[in-house]
Design a protein around this ligand. Structure first.
Ligand SMILES: C[S@@+](CC[C@H](N)C(=O)[O-])C[C@H]1O[C@@H](n2cnc3c(N)ncnc32)[C@H](O)[C@@H]1O
Length: 200
């Protein structure tokens, strides 16, 4: 178990990049699928775009819901040709996406409601090669969040119930190779976790 010394966003972004790099480097020129392009849009002053900081992949494909973020990301990634951004919703299966070596969900899944977790994990499994790896960083709590499906906005932040989250994850991903508690906010019981998973 490793907890950040500082619970700030700089540490979180740095963690996204260093962990993604570590997983990507396990493969020779992998195909990488990443959820959302918030970092690539550089909305937050601390944002670190993966493509500018991690080398060695064949292609980076991203699925993003927000058209403005997609536009902004393309602006910031001018000059890079090894990426593609799909306008989509991670809850909806993209039938033509398959054979990815690495899938990265760096706190996108905590923007979908609990009722959709199973579908999202099912989608991720279908996009992945049999020896691929899924890296997830997500906020959880030890009790369920009470937001309902009809409240959904892509800007909502959810804190999934840890046990429910893991139960749904294990339906499609047999092996949780690594699990790490990254941030623990004792006063409100929020926890940022990392899971590194292999497909069933
Ligand atoms: C506020 S950001 C946070 C995650 C981000 N990786 C980070 O750097 O912390 C959430 C991103 O996920 C996107 N998003 C939320 N729900 C989504 C969905 N269902 N499908 C695709 N993208 C979604 C948002 O548009 C936004 O770009």
């Amino acid at each position: 178990m490793s907890l950040f010394k500082k619970k700030d966003y700089r540490s979180v972004y740095n963690y996204y990049v260093t962990e993604s790099k570590r997983i990507i480097e396990k493969y020779d020129k992998p195909m990488v699928l990443k959820m959302d392009c918030y970092n690539e849009a550089e909305i937050h002053p601390l944002n670190k775009s993966l493509i500018k900081n991690v080398k060695g992949f064949k292609k980076l494909v991203m699925i993003e819901y927000d058209e403005e973020f997609i536009k902004q990301a393309h602006e910031n990634l001018k000059g890079y040709d090894n990426y593609e951004i799909i306008k989509g919703d991670i809850r909806v299966k993209q039938e033509d996406l398959k054979d990815f070596d690495v899938i990265l969900d760096l706190s996108t899944i905590d923007h979908v409601e609990q009722e959709s977790l199973e579908t999202v994990f099912d989608n991720y499994a279908s996009y992945m090669k049999s020896d691929g790896l899924l890296l997830i960083v997500a906020w959880v709590k030890m009790k369920p969040d009470d937001k309902k499906i009809n409240d959904w906005r892509s800007t909502n932040q959810y804190y999934h119930d840890y046990y429910f989250f893991k139960e749904k994850l294990l339906k499609n991903f047999l092996n949780i190779e690594e699990e790490e508690l990254i941030i623990y906010e004792r006063d409100n019981n929020k926890r940022l976790y990392k899971f590194l998973c292999k497909k069933c």
